[in-house]
Design a binder for this molecule. Structure first.
Ligand SMILES: Nc1ncnc2c1ncn2[C@@H]1O[C@H](COP(=O)(O)OP(=O)(O)OP(=O)(O)O)[C@@H](O)[C@H]1O
Ligand SMILES: [Mg+2]
Length: 311
């Protein structure tokens, strides 16, 4: 069980104008000193409400966005200091699946070509064998051959997400990042797609980061859970530890609200309001110390928390 991915002190700040005409800018700490390790074959579920920095973290790891600070080590390679050539080789080992399969698939391209393209681009297979390989991938993601000549608009949301998953798996990646992969789908379809991720997890040695605001889904698929809030990791550890023995008041709140849809729509205020804990303004258990500084993430690897009240 080697380390597949190791992220250390990652930071990404966005500067946005306060209003259209103002010169003042707000600094949004979208990812604010995030560190974690992902072991080979494991899945970490990243939960947190809208604006907590989950997608920014995912995009930084895949170098779709340039982090301001920190290091990312992927299969022993220092990702932020690599040549173009080496990067191209590594890119096929790390794939992402987005929330909305419709906008991530090329609408003018038959789904056969969508899956064939990475196979040919990365020289994974000779042209004459490409059809067999695509059919094999179709089977793997639960689609039959009838779909080969279809366009994305001729398919349902769930079928399109299967295509996006097939395309991501085509290069046989060792890391798959799924950013809210079922959130745009009908609830009835969500379980099918989550099951597909489970099959993939069980039949390959792939490592996954599975991003979702839905703790129920994350709980199902993850080995470990990481709870983000305002760019920071508030709690992280083995799934059952975090789920059954939550240490952070925010995690407790998330677990309590699983039945309601409460926290889905809440929007986090990521602005720098003070030096205290990022969760201070909303915390029901806060103490005076909590307004003074942000606690560090501490504890054993199985279970870590950033909260003065739990350590
Ligand atoms: N390109 C950008 N420019 C400016 N601010 C951004 C940009 N991308 C993200 N942000 C801000 O960074 C913060 C984190 O956003 P991010 O999209 O990573 O959150 P998220 O956890 O993925 O949320 P959601 O659940 O809504 O997808 C938010 O405050 C967001 O407004
Ligand atoms: Mg997001």
């Amino acid at each position: 069980m080697g380390k597949m991915l190791s992220v250390s002190e990652l930071r990404k700040v966005y500067e946005v104008k306060k209003t259209a005409f103002s010169l003042k800018k707000d600094r949004i700490k979208a990812v604010d000193g995030v560190s974690f390790e992902l072991e080979s074959g494991k899945t970490i579920g990243i939960v947190g409400e809208s604006g907590s920095g989950k997608s920014t973290l995912a995009r930084c790891i895949l170098l779709l966005e340039e982090p301001d600070e920190g290091t990312i080590t992927f299969s022993g390679n220092d990702l932020l200091h690599m040549g173009k050539h080496e990067l191209k080789r590594l890119r096929k080992d790390m794939q992402i699946i987005f929330q909305d399969p419709y906008s991530s698939l090329n609408p003018r391209r038959k789904v056969f070509d969508t899956i064939a393209e990475p196979l040919l681009f990365h020289n994974i297979i000779k042209k004459k064998h490409v059809k067999e390989k695509v059919i094999e991938i179709f089977k793997k993601v639960g689609l039959d051959e009838d779909f080969l000549d279809k366009y994305p608009h001729e398919m349902s949301g769930g079928q399109r997400q299967r295509i996006a998953i097939g395309r991501a798996l085509a290069t046989n990646p060792s890391l798959l990042i799924a950013d809210e992969p079922v959130s745009s789908l009908d609830v009835s379809i969500q379980a099918q797609i989550v099951n597909l991720f489970m099959d993939i997890k069980e039949s390959t040695n792939i490592s996954m980061l599975f991003v979702s605001h839905d703790l129920n889904i994350v709980r199902f698929i993850s080995d470990e859970i990481m709870v983000m809030y305002s760019g920071k990791v508030l709690e992280m550890g083995e799934k059952d530890e975090v789920f059954y023995r939550p240490l952070h008041p925010y995690t407790e709140m998330l677990i309590d609200s699983i039945k309601g849809e409460l926290f889905k729509k809440a929007k986090v205020d990521t602005f720098d309001f003070n030096d205290g804990c990022v969760y201070y303004p909303r915390c029901n258990s806060r103490e005076p110390i909590c307004s003074k500084e942000m606690p560090h993430l501490t504890g054993e690897k199985e279970h870590m928390v950033a909260c003065f009240l739990s350590t």
